[in-house]
Design a protein around this ligand. Structure first.
Ligand SMILES: CSCC[C@@H](NC(=O)CCC(=O)O)C(=O)O
Ligand SMILES: [Mg+2]
Length: 380
């Protein structure tokens, strides 16, 4: 694709209810969106294309070191100018070459992922191929799992879980932290029985000294314990894995295909949560899927409270064959009263994978404008 310019937009969307994790409470979602404009088909028959990318970096650097304002600065100052200059010099900009073009800039995987996603969307809209087709999806729908935040009381938690089960969610994930772990899990098991698929996510809130508490969770037949220890500690996760029976799943630690291979080799985890934004894009996410499949490691698609843009891409990713566990792919209304795209809805516990070209969805302009904080045009 010949890149002619890009729109960099920051939006703020209110959450339907506060979302509490071990690292804080989210009241709304700030997201950086990239829309790239270009032409495909060479100089003979140039066709204009555009593509959308969503950056999963949160407003504050609490989940990882990236945050929305920094991602916007990276895109504005380094990443977009790099691609625009390369395109002006005659380089064909494709999703498969974005990573190499941006490689000189260290880190900022979420910012890079958003740009790669926008280029991939534009490229696929140009060829008419869907994201699902491009990635190698094998299913038309994916099961809907829901992430339940830390609640003010056990009673409230049980009501919240009951509502999500009534909505049709097929897997429940509970956020935990020291002091809110065994009791809420035990209460959910007592109220809803042994059969509901249940897992927990600590967002790196524990240390190896908490192994005894984490081992108490073995009594509740959880699918997995997600990221119990700090993201840079593969060695201690491997040690914890010998002390608890429940499978250890890593999220924040898996920042690249190499990190996935290391975690598997070090036996730091036996399940991996794949988030395209965290690992630098959907192409790296597919690589991690392939590495895990080759090593017999089940994967599932994590969520970062994406709008319908990221949700569309995640649904396509989650439809790959190695995604054998239910992901955090919920309906739009789990977080948003109004999504910037047509809402993703659950049908009998399933989310339909978009089949249109590229992401298969586009923002509703008036809704997008309503949530827009800033927008700017970047060109060579
Ligand atoms: C603000 S917490 C975002 C990261 C968190 N994401 C979720 O819990 C799922 C959120 C979603 O359903 O999009 C995780 O660590 O897995
Ligand atoms: Mg997580």
């Amino acid at each position: 694709m010949k890149l002619t310019g890009a729109e960099l937009r920051t939006i703020r969307m209110p959450l339907v209810t506060p979302f509490e994790t071990s690292f804080g409470v989210e009241e709304d979602r700030v997201a950086v969106l990239v829309r790239v404009i270009g032409t495909v088909g060479g100089d003979r028959r140039p066709t204009e294309v555009q593509g959308w990318g969503e950056c999963v970096a949160m407003e504050l650097p609490l989940y990882s070191s990236e945050y929305a304002e920094a991602a916007a600065a990276m895109l504005r100052t380094f990443l977009l100018p790099r691609l625009l200059r390369a395109s002006a010099a005659g380089t064909d900009i494709t999703a498969e070459t974005v990573d190499a073009l941006l490689e000189p800039f260290v880190g900022h995987r979420m910012a890079k992922a958003a740009l790669e996603m926008a280029v991939l969307d534009a490229q696929l809209r140009g060829t008419g191929q869907s994201m699902a087709g491009y990635l190698g999806a094998t299913r038309p729908t994916v099961p809907a799992g829901v992430s339940v935040g830390i609640q003010p009381s056990i009673a409230t938690l049980l009501d919240v879980v009951a509502d999500y089960l009534a909505d049709g969610y097929v897997r429940i994930k509970l956020k935990i932290k020291p002091g809110w772990d065994v009791a809420p899990v035990e209460a959910v098991r007592e109220r809803f029985g042994e059969l509901i698929p249940l897992q927990v996510d600590a967002n790196a809130a524990y240390t190896l000294a908490d192994a005894r508490v984490l081992r108490r969770l073995d009594a509740f037949d959880l699918l997995l314990i997600e990221q119990p220890l700090p993201e840079d500690d593969l060695r201690q996760h491997a040690e914890l894995a010998t002390l608890v029976r429940t499978p250890i799943c890593l999220d924040e630690s898996i920042v690249s295909p190499r990190a996935a291979a290391d975690a598997i080799a070090l036996k730091s985890c036996s399940v991996i949560n794949i988030k395209a934004g965290r690992v630098g894009g959907y192409l790296a996410a597919k690589q991690i899927h392939d590495i895990c499949r080759a090593n017999g490691i089940p994967v599932w698609c994590g969520g970062m409270l994406e709008t319908g843009l990221g949700r569309a891409a995640n649904a396509a990713l989650a439809a790959l064959p190695g995604f054998t566990l239910t992901g955090d792919i919920s309906a739009s209304d789990r977080f948003y009263e109004q999504d910037i795209t047509d809402p993703f809805v659950m049908d009998d516990g399933q989310i339909t994978v978009p089949t249109g070209p590229g992401l298969g969805v586009i923002p509703n302009q008036s809704v997008l404008e309503r949530f827009t904080v800033t927008t700017e045009w970047i060109q060579a």
